[in-house]
Design a binder for this molecule. Sequence first.
Ligand SMILES: [Zn+2]
Length: 267
Amino acid sequence: MLCFDPDERQALLRMVTATFRFYEELNDFLAPARRKQEFSVPCARAATTKHMIEALGVPHTEVELILVNGESADFSRPLQDGDRVAVYPRFEAMDVTPLLRVRDTPLRETRFVADAHLGGLARMLRMLGFDTLYDNHFDDDVIVAIAEQDGRIVLTRDRELLKRRTVTHGCYVHALKSEAQLREIVERLDLARSARPFALCLHCNAPLRAVDKADVLDRLPPRVREHYERFSTCDVCGRVYWEGSHWRNMRRLLEGLLFNDKSAGTE
Ligand SMILES: [Zn+2]
């Protein structure tokens, strides 16, 4: 039956107003006037936390915890008039295990698909042993499909890509240079301890296999032949790897990340 009561009709059409506060690096996605402070916004009646958070510019993949009026809420929570919404990224220093996170099913394996601008980062992740698909011909639809099919984490600097509904796990990469990007991802996902350097080919993402020096001798530059004893090869492209300067840089970076972890834990 149709309702013609003018007050009730008014109420149905009314927007609700909710107050938001975003924390830490989530502020980078907001309009400058809304950063690091509470602000009120009108929301459509049926709007959920996810709708509004993304409408304000923050991809859902960047959000780890939402509190509505002080209680943890998920992405599907409809907003009501007067709600106060606090939105947090992954916590570094605070134990949130008693609180319900928005995403409670971690992927079984840490695997990535990187967008076309992140080739340097993709190679560095492979260098640490993390399976990372990358091809500068992948368009957004292909990246989304791969992520969904293989259960991969999308790495990108394109926040619109992370707003896609089917992208459940993604990381917005803030840094511009590959090494800083790697540091950012390793820290955010706490990867330092699960790194397996020298496990994957930087070029093909295929597993490396240890080989005897004698078997690859003819493929080595003279100086490498003199100074190195341990070698691996990729069966896809035939490249040979040894623990040269790239490797030493990577070790230093990893050790730095692990050392940071330790000092944070004991203080
Ligand atoms: Zn290869």
